[in-house]
Design a protein around this ligand. Structure first.
Ligand code: MN
Length: 245
């Protein structure tokens, strides 16, 4: 038995083969894993729970099939799908967790997050994040017609892409001191997150105590899956490797 972690799948109608890979992961999970954690940006765009554009309906059906079979799926919001709401949770059976959260994983406490919270060097991004997470902002946005929400999201994405071109890689990565403080505050020695699309296993020494940070990669080209075994070991696998193991 094992628990699986993924992030930044960015499901989109422009990448049907990635949708197929995610559906294959759900099928694998139903047969071989105990639970699945999705650490944000499952969808490349989510304009609200009434956004039933492709591939949303088929993904919700597959998620519901897995949760209905008794395998829990815990989901965090990413910066692309932070509008996933109660209707999505009800239809998919996914359980939403606040970001960050501490989970108990085979005897270890583990801090999980989408990861954007820790990119504190990027002040513009954090300001935008704070604004877009406010309930009043979200209520106002969700009251707009779907087509207008789509137009606003497209304009925002364009602006963000332009801003990113001017920012250094270091600014858009997590801030080391912020990460260390998050581990201290949560009394954990393991952090799992995504968002930066820079898959790596980092070792930190925090107040003399070793800590590990697993960064999940995106699913643009392949799949980035982290498996934690019953023995508490972490393994990084592609979908093919997972299925062959
Ligand atoms: Mn993200």
């Amino acid at each position: 038995m094992s628990t699986l972690f993924v992030s930044d799948i960015h499901l989109s109608p422009t990448r049907p083969e990635r949708v197929a890979a995610f559906l294959a992961l759900l099928k694998y999970t139903s047969e071989h894993a105990q639970s699945l954690y999705i650490l944000g940006d499952l969808f490349d765009q989510w304009l609200g729970d009434d956004d039933d554009s492709s591939p949303h309906p088929e993904v919700i059906i597959a998620l519901a099939r897995l949760t209905g079979s008794g395998v829990p799926i815990q989901i965090l919001h990413g910066n692309h799908d932070f509008l996933l709401g109660q209707d999505f949770n009800a239809q998919s059976g996914c359980q939403w967790l606040p970001d960050p959260s501490v989970i108990e994983l085979y005897g270890q406490s583990v801090l999980i997050s989408h990861g954007d919270l820790y990119c504190t060097d990027d002040h513009d991004y954090q300001a935008l994040r704070t604004l877009t997470r406010q309930p009043t902002f979200q209520q106002q946005f969700l009251s707009l017609p779907l087509s207008e929400r789509g137009q606003q999201a497209a304009a925002l994405r364009l602006r963000s892409r332009e801003a990113m071109a001017d920012k250094s890689d270091a600014i858009m990565d997590v801030n080391q001191a912020t990460v260390e403080q998050a581990l201290r505050d949560s009394h954990t020695q393991i952090l799992i997150h995504g968002h930066t699309h820079r898959p790596a296993d980092h070792e930190h020494l925090i107040d003399g105590v070793p800590a590990r940070r697993f960064v999940l990669g995106d699913w643009y080209q392949g799949e980035s899956i982290l498996r934690c075994t019953l023995a508490g070991d972490f393994q990084r696998l592609s979908l093919q490797a997972l299925m062959a193991s």
